[in-house]
Design a protein around this ligand. Structure first.
Ligand code: IMP
Length: 424
């Protein structure tokens, strides 16, 4: 069986967790392939909200295997916190959660290094979630990292000490005021490591290969969004992993010709958290309405998200880089009440009109060109069928499908599992 992918097409926070949860009943295995606790995947069902950071969003379904792939970076302390919450809800994760030996571990000093690096950048800061993501991937590519499989080796603590000592000298090099008590952080860390070690470690590429051979269905769950990709995102205001489709191949050990459907998730408008260019950002009442109605605050950091109109130039680029085969539109309900909506369909770039995503999208280089469409007034949150959707929303959807040349197969009208409309 081919491996299907589910990815965010904007700057993250598109609602991937909800859709993975909705689709999980179609899959035997849900696999995370990149990122780490910088992610916050929100699921709502039975009147309760759940936020996952590292654990795949299939964890609440009995009988589904949840796999943390080699491309993921794991903070044992945050991971333990997630497990504690699952345990409190009687979720039996021991049978259903497996972890790649090749996944890298976020050390307490990685988090401190992240903070020191950001503090040293001043106004040019990335707006990182400060979870240690960048420094951990730096140690991975610098071939210094500690992997989950190392925890099974006798000398891993010596390697830990050497790396943590090196990090401390790097923190001092930054010459910024970072207060910390490493001893305390390490006590918590080593306690969490013991919990991690009680879980099932696997050679995930072999596991997935065998699962495919025996006809198991697999969904790879992306984190962050395509515009935060280390190569194709708005560098340097990006995360440190490949969030795009290719990242699923390297982050799980799946060959490119084994990829099936590519589900692309996007919001009916655009949001971004952290620094970096955002051509369609709004600083007016419309942006404030999206923020308020959409409850646009980061699931991991609680920071307010910046809001703006849908940017089809950026969305088309993301569809292209990922090879998206089906689109899923989230938060259409948030736009109810706007008389007209704007959609960016081209950029004015250094005097020319362009339709592709250029190297520089800073305000001095790019001015969005908008097409105006009718808004809708109806409350969508109780709707459950395409036939109930307002005419203007159907026209909005058809307009996007025509521009992007990809079908929109799901329209989400609220955070709950049940608030999901399937389009044929
Ligand atoms: P980092 O990955 O924590 O280093 O953050 C780098 C950039 O990516 C910052 O602008 C973050 O706000 C953004 N970012 C990281 N993870 C997420 C996410 O899950 N959703 C939205 N933005 C994210």
């Amino acid at each position: 069986m081919a491996v299907d992918l589910l990815l965010g097409l904007q700057w993250g926070d598109e609602g991937k967790g909800k859709i993975v949860d909705v689709l999980t009943s179609n899959y035997d295995i849900i696999a995370r392939f990149q990122g780490g606790p910088n992610a916050g995947h929100t699921l709502v069902f039975n009147g309760k909200k759940h936020v996952l950071h590292t654990i795949p969003s299939g964890i609440f379904h009995d009988g589904t295997i949840n796999l943390v792939g080699n491309g993921v970076v794991i903070d044992p302390v945050i991971f333990k916190g997630e497990l504690d919450k699952l345990e409190a809800q009687d979720v039996d994760y021991r049978k259903s959660l497996v972890i790649s030996r090749k996944a890298h571990i976020i050390l307490p000093t990685h988090r401190l290094l992240d903070a020191a690096s950001e503090a040293s950048k001043g106004k040019a800061k990335i707006g990182s979630t400060l979870k240690g993501i960048g420094p951990t991937y730096m140690d991975k590519t610098g071939r210094n990292g500690i992997r989950v499989g190392d925890l099974e080796l006798s000398d891993w603590k010596e390697r830990y000490r050497a790396l943590a000592d090196k990090h401390e000298s790097m923190i001092a090099f930054y010459d910024v005021d970072i207060q910390y008590n490493l001893e305390e952080l390490e006590t918590e860390f080593f306690k969490a490591i013991e919990v991690l070690k009680s879980l099932k470690f696997i050679d995930s590429e072999e596991y997935i290969y065998q699962a495919q051979k025996t006809g198991k269905t697999i969904l790879a769950e992306g984190a962050q969004g395509s515009l935060l990709d280390i190569d194709f995102g708005t560098y340097p205001f990006v995360t440190s992993s490949n969030t795009t489709a290719a990242g699923a191949c390297t982050g799980l050990g799946v060959a490119p010709n084994q990829i099936g459907e590519v589900f692309g998730i996007f919001k009916a408008y655009t949001t971004r958290v952290g620094s970096g260019p955002f051509p369609t950002e709004l600083f007016d009442e419309d942006g404030a309405t999206m923020s308020r109605v959409g409850n646009e605050f980061g699931a991991t950091t609680g920071r307010p998200r910046r809001c703006g109109w849908l940017d089809l130039v950026a969305l088309k680029y993301a569809c292209q880089v990922n090879g998206v085969t089906q689109l899923m539109m989230m938060k259409g309900d948030v736009l109810s009440g706007f008389k007209t909506l704007k959609v960016c369909t081209a950029y004015k770039y250094k005097g020319d009109i362009i339709k592709h995503f250029p190297y520089n999208i800073e305000p001095e280089n790019v001015e969005p060109i908008y097409t105006e469409v009718d808004g809708w007034q109806e409350d969508l949150t109780e709707m459950s069928e395409t036939s109930q959707l307002p005419k203007a929303l159907n026209e909005y959807i058809e307009f996007l499908e025509k521009e992007l040349e990809i079908p929109i197969t799901i329209v989400s009208v609220g955070p709950d599992r049940k608030q999901t409309i399937f389009r044929s």
